[in-house]
Every structure is written in structure tokens, then in C-alpha cells.
Design a protein around this ligand. Structure first.
Ligand code: PA5
Length: 450
């Protein structure tokens, strides 16, 4: 039976099995806290069984909105930041290789999905606005709080552009809002303007929201089968329910990283040999970084894309400070075949590889890298995903969410809040003199008092 497999056997001398199994009582406790909803952050556990209680009416509404977007637009601009954009971006990059070559869309009717509001760079927003002027576009603005500055600014600029291009009436049909059911400035605006709205459930935090309309509208609009994603996630819910880490790969991964953290490995590098994983790594970094990085604790999540980064970060991983462990992501099967051609001359000395599949060569690079890094004192675990398709991507997303929750509880933190995110906002609002917020002077005085 195909399944996601976590294998750290090549690093077994650095991770004694008996030490790992000593963590089982901690895993049991974390499992109990999670499933009995008794741990910190227990009002944010809606993601846990979400795949099995999908509201069919809402699911159909998502698909209908996606069809409308596809019919009326060549571009969908997704406006959001953090958990409100990374999940969709990860899935799109994993499953749509043509995203890497934007002019190479498979079908004429495929839409191009562009992201905005995930930073505030004026060059980006200006260039995007100019580019959109002669495109037919729709907007999906996503913000749970409905007040986040980055997407709010981007949305205001893009809404203005849209209204001057299509008028208020037509813009109403081109703007899709994903936000809280009741509160926030975005909800108020959507109600006033009559935009079609989708709800982010109260009990699902941003970084755990990819399987809600947050992730599923952009993914469906780009032509990916969201039913398959859901089926994969549903299977993961069933497969990853056992508290026994020998029967639960997500828990084994959580225990493995907890053990390494206890041994002083404070940085986890998520590596892949396939550039399609780049944004999955970004999504994973947000998931684990925001969930675990608090109270002076947490593994610092980093990522690399090999073999590209073997020519930059590879040196550090091989030879730098020994605070790193590495997790390699790979698909068991590639979707395409391409061979090194036989030119008949060996002018470049590459004949030892002639007629060899590039996927096989890449796999050898992976094996060689894993061996080298283990020799260099870096524990390496390999997470293998059977196939590169929507089903297994759905499975993988849930796999990481579950392992993150367990790992956070084992670490002794609340994996579902993000109090540290507010600090920069307070200073920025003070500097911008936002009404109703403390002035910079008041902020500084408060700091001095401490
Ligand atoms: O995981 C989280 O909660 C955050 O990363 C949020 O997703 C991010 O800050 C965006 O927030 P919002 O959706 O409220 O605009």
C-alpha cells in the first residue's frame, strides 16, 4: 500500500531508537491533549477533522466561484499574507509545473494566478498594476482578521484599478472575499459592496487553513482537482490517528525532531531536489516557525533547494556549525522523462551519462548528498511521497499540520497562537500614527518602564 514514509535509518547511529521510543509517553500525552481538545490553543482545533466535515454546499460554492473566475479572467490576483496565501501558493507550485514558465500555460483557458499583499514593495505593486491594465482579471482577497495592513493596502490599490477599468457593478462580480464570518473591516466592506464571500472558520488559524476556502478557491481556479486534495487529506486523517509512533509517520517525524532538538540541533533544514517544493517549504516554515517559535523555544525552520543550493548553502550544511539536522522531501515517482542525449562524439566528456534518465541522475545526487551530510555530522531523514499529484499533496499538508501540533505540544508551547507577530505592527502603527493606536513616544515610555 502506498503511503508517506519517513526514513532516518541512515542516521540511526545519531538517533538511537531507544532514545526515540523513550519519547512515546510525551507523544501519547500530546496526542491526548490534541484529540481530547484539552491543550493550550484548544479553541483552534477546527483543522483536525476538517477534511471529514466539509460543508458540501460551501465546497460547491468554491467550485462555482472557481469556474466563474476561469470564465471571466485570464489572471486571478490572490491578495493575502502568511497563512492567507502560502498554502495556495505551495499547492500551485507543486502541481503546476507550468507556473515556472508562465507563458507556457497548458490550455488557453488556464488562468494565471498572481500573488499580492504578501509584502508592501511599491515597485512590485506598481509593476503589477501596470501589467494588469490590459489583462482581464479577478481578485480573491483573503484575510481572517480583515485588518492586516499588507493585503489591505494591496486590495485598496487593486480594487481602485479594477473599478476604474470595469466600473463598480462589474467589479462586484470579479471580487471574491475570504474572511471571518462576522468581524473585521474586510467583512464590513464585503457586505457593503455585495462581494461574494467565503468564511474562514473561527476555530481554524491562518497557517492551518489551506483546506478551507483560503487555499481551495485559488487552487480550484487554477484548474487543480480540489476533490482529490480533499480525498488525500481525508486518508491522512485516518492514517495518522494512532498515538503509537511506530504506526504513525507524522508522530515519528515529530518525535524525531523533538529528540534532535533535545540534543541541541536547533535548526531544521527542509531540503528537496525538485524546485516545485520551494513554496511548500515556505508554507512549512510558516507552519513550524509560527507554531513553535515562542517562549524562547523552537527549532528554527530553514529550507534549501538542491542541487541549486549545493553550490551555495551546501558548504555550510556540510561543514559549518553542527546545530543542523536535515529533512529531505522527495516524490517516489517523477511525472516526466528526459534523457541525456547521445551526440556520438563525447565532446563534453559526458558520455558516461549518455541515454541516462535525468531523474535517475538527480536521485544519485540526492543519495550522494545524504551520505555526505551524514558523514559531516548532520542527521538526515527522508520523507518520501508516493506521487506528485493532488491526492498526495492533500495528504502531505495534513501530515505536516498534525506533526506540527504534536511537536509543539511536546516542546511545551501553544502551537496555535502567534503573539510575537504583533510586536512589529505596534511600532509600525506608532510610526504611521494610526488612529486609535499608541504613539511612538508612548511605546518607548512603556518600554523604558519595563
Ligand atoms: O497563521 C497565521 O495566523 C498568520 O500567519 C496569518 O495567516 C497572517 O498574519 C495573515 O493574517 P490575516 O489572515 O488575518 O490577514
Amino acid at each position: 500500500m502506498k503511503t508517506i514514509n519517513f526514513d532516518f535509518s541512515k542516521s540511526a547511529h545519531m538517533i538511537p531508537l531507544h532514545s526515540l521510543h523513550q519519547l512515546q509517553p510525551h507523544i501519547d500525552l500530546a496526542h491526548k491533549m490534541l484529540h481530547e481538545k484539552k491543550g493550550p490553543g484548544n479553541d483552534f482545533l477546527g483543522w483536525l477533522d476538517l477534511p471529514n466535515r466539509i460543508n458540501q454546499e460551501e465546497w460547491s460554492q468554491i467550485k462555482k466561484a472557481a469556474e466563474t473566475i476561469k470564465k471571466q479572467s485570464e489572471v486571478l490576483v490572490v491578495v493575502g499574507i502568511g497563512g492567507s496565501y502560502l498554502g495556495a501558493r505551495a499547492v500551485l507550485d507543486l502541481l503546476q509545473l507550468n507556473r515556472l514558465f508562465p507563458d507556457n500555460r497548458k490550455e488557453k483557458e488556464d488562468i494565471q494566478v498572481i500573488f499580492a499583499g504578501h509584502q508592501m514593495d511599491s515597485d512590485y505593486l506598481y509593476t503589477l498594476s501596470e501589467w494588469l491594465k490590459d489583462k482581464d482579471f479577478s481578485i480573491n482577497v483573503i484575510s481572517k482578521s480583515g485588518t492586516t495592513t499588507e493585503p489591505a493596502i494591496a486590495f485598496r490599490i487593486l480594487r481602485k484599478l479594477m473599478e476604474s477599468k470595469y466600473g463598480q457593478e462589474e467589479s462586484r462580480n470579479r471580487i471574491f472575499v475570504t474572511t471571518d464570518a462576522q468581524k473585521g473591516a474586510l467583512k464590513k466592506l464585503a457586505d457593503e459592496k455585495g462581494y461574494e464571500s467565503f468564511v474562514i472558520p473561527d476555530d481554524v488559524g491562518g497557517r492551518y487553513s489551506v483546506l478551507t476556502p483560503v487555499g481551495m478557491i485559488p487552487v480550484a481556479a487554477s484548474g487543480i482537482d480540489i476533490d482529490e486534495i480533499l480525498k488525500g487529506a481525508q486518508k491522512a486523517v485516518v492514517d495518522l490517528q494512532d498515538s503509537d509512533m511506530t504506526k504513525n509517520a507524522a508522530y515519528q517525524y515529530a518525535a524525531y525532531r523533538s529528540l534532535l532538538y533535545q540534543q541541541g540541533k536547533e535548526v531544521e533544514v527542509l531540503a528537496s531536489f525538485d524546485p516545485a517544493f520551494q513554496y511548500l517549504c515556505e508554507w512549512w516554515k510558516q507552519l513550524f516557525g509560527e507554531s513553535e517559535g515562542k517562549d524562547g523555544r523552537g527549532i528554527f525552520p530553514a529550507s534549501v533547494q538542491y542541487t541549486t543550493d549545493l553550490h551555495s548553502m551546501g558548504q555550510y550544511v556540510q561543514d559549518g556549525r553542527r546545530m543542523i539536522f536535515e529533512t529531505v522531501l522527495k516524490f517516489e515517482e517523477c511525472n516526466s522523462e528526459i534523457y541525456v542525449p547521445d551526440t556520438g562524439e563525447n565532446e563534453d566528456g559526458l558520455d558516461y551519462l549518455k541515454n541516462k534518465d535525468v531523474a535517475m541522475i538527480n536521485q544519485k545526487a540526492l543519495e550522494g548528498t545524504v551520505m555526505a551530510h551524514i558523514d559531516g555530522g548532520v542527521p538526515v531523514g527522508i520523507l518520501s511521497i508516493p506521487e506528485k499529484n493532488a491526492y498526495w499533496v492533500g495528504y502531505l499538508l495534513y501530515f505536516f499540520q498534525k506533526s506540527c501540533a504534536i511537536s509543539g505540544y511536546v516542546m511545551g508551547v501553544n502551537p496555535f497562537d502567534q503573539p510575537g507577530v504583533e510586536a512589529y505592527k505596534r511600532n509600525m502603527f506608532a510610526l504611521l500614527e494610526k488612529p486609535g493606536t499608541a504613539s511612538m513616544q508612548q511605546e518607548l515610555e512603556a518600554k523604558w518602564k519595563k
